[in-house]
Design a protein around this ligand. Structure first.
Ligand SMILES: Cc1cc2nc3c(=O)[nH]c(=O)nc-3n(C[C@H](O)[C@H](O)[C@H](O)COP(=O)(O)O)c2cc1C
Length: 190
């Protein structure tokens, strides 16, 4: 089994977290480990409704409290195929960039960096100030991948679900799990 950690921070874009969770849990040999920040719980409820967090938790192999700093995913000895933070707030980005490890989410991200594993950050804020941009540069230099949740208009999305599907699938693609939950390859401008 390949373990994948999904961290959900309190930025806008809870639907992306939900879709990534659904797609990962649909892959036969992937085990989903979920950690949601306190602010993430709030944005999930605000954007998707009161039942959404419970629904996300149901499809995860394990859900951890963001305060549980002694959980398995806080240790490099717990092997994973990578971690996605979706969406990633500017607060969590700053904590990751400085190695703060103040919550289980930012600690798990720090572990992925120190173990040289994949760390994908769906960093969401707009507009960005220089501090945000510098933090993005810092985590990129440390090995993380910044993927802002930007729509691919060339795919002519018709619904928000189309946009969310594309962002979620592209993030999962970054983990190189050997299987892609949605066909996202561009076959040229035919
Ligand atoms: C409805 C809502 C939307 C938010 N959207 C964003 C956002 O898009 N980006 C961001 O960086 N922070 C956003 N915030 C603020 C974060 O939730 C806040 O900075 C929080 O401290 C982040 O904590 P965390 O990184 O532990 O999740 C939002 C807050 C709320 C309530």
């Amino acid at each position: 089994m390949k373990r994948v950690v999904l961290g959900v921070a309190g930025a806008s874009g809870a639907a992306i977290a939900m879709r990534i969770g659904e797609l990962l849990s649909s892959l036969p040999d992937v085990e989903l480990h979920l950690v949601v920040s306190e602010a993430g719980k709030r944005t999930i409820a605000h954007e998707l409704g009161p039942d959404a967090l419970g629904n996300l938790a149901k499809i995860a192999r394990h859900i951890y409290s963001a305060n549980d700093i002694g959980a398995t995913i806080a240790s490099g000895s717990f092997k994973t195929a990578g971690m996605i933070v979706a969406p990633c707030s500017m607060r969590s980005l700053a904590a990751i960039a400085t190695g703060l490890s103040d919550t289980l989410l930012t600690r798990a991200a720090d572990v992925h960096l120190k173990e040289r594993r994949k760390l994908i950050l769906i960093a969401r804020e707009t507009p960005l100030h220089l501090g945000h941009l510098r933090n993005m540069v810092t985590v990129t230099e440390m090995g993380a991948t910044i993927m802002p949740p930007v729509p691919a208009f060339y795919r002519r999305p018709e619904t928000i679900a189309d946009i969310v599907d594309h962002i979620a699938a592209r993030a999962i693609d970054q983990l190189d799990l050997g299987q892609s939950p949605l066909a996202v390859e561009w076959d040229g401008n035919a």
